[in-house]
Design a binder for this molecule. Structure first.
Ligand code: FES
Ligand code: FES
Length: 152
């Protein structure tokens, strides 16, 4: 075990965990940031996506020891009042079905739109295709990403 100091959502956190503990476990079990979801656990579904220094990353395969001083943003810290353009578009389109994949979808979309604010439909497809939605809400997800690109 070792003590890791992490910068998450603009705050400092500390966890005494094994170095290979996935960031996802630390977020959820140590810090109570349960908006980030566990699904496949092998980097294959995107449910656990967070931002690390602005990049969308899968926290289930990221060891806490590799995070260092990088700035982590989770769905809880994406905006102060749930009013990030992606979150507003999600509400407007009423994207969620069961909701389980949604924080990962939103975090992926937010990082993507930051690097590509006015994407084409194909670029949206490419950016979002690795995020699995068991409910099959793909059409609404893509519609909301497109809508968010008009709001930013
Ligand atoms: S839970 Fe991390 S990619 Fe599926
Ligand atoms: S909304 Fe249910 S898994 Fe995506």
């Amino acid at each position: 075990m070792a003590i890791y100091k992490l910068h998450i959502n603009g705050r400092s956190y500390q966890a005494d965990v094994e170095p290979d503990t996935p960031l996802l476990w630390v977020l959820r079990d140590n810090f109570g940031l349960v908006g980030t979801k566990y699904s496949c656990g092998i980097g294959a579904c995107g449910a656990c996506t967070v931002h690390v220094n602005g990049q969308a990353m899968r926290s289930c395969t990221l060891p806490v020891a590799a995070v260092g001083t990088q700035k982590v943003i989770t769905i809880e810290g994406l905006s102060a009042n749930g009013d990030h353009p992606v979150q507003k578009a999600w509400d407007e389109v009423d994207v969620a079905q069961c909701g389980y994949c949604q924080s990962g979808q939103i975090m992926t979309a937010a990082a993507f739109l930051k690097s590509n604010p006015k994407p084409t439909a194909d670029q949206i497809d490419n950016a979002m295709h690795g995020n699995i939605c068991r409910c099959g809400a793909y059409h609404r997800i893509k519609e909301a990403v497109k809508l968010a690109s008009t709001k930013a």
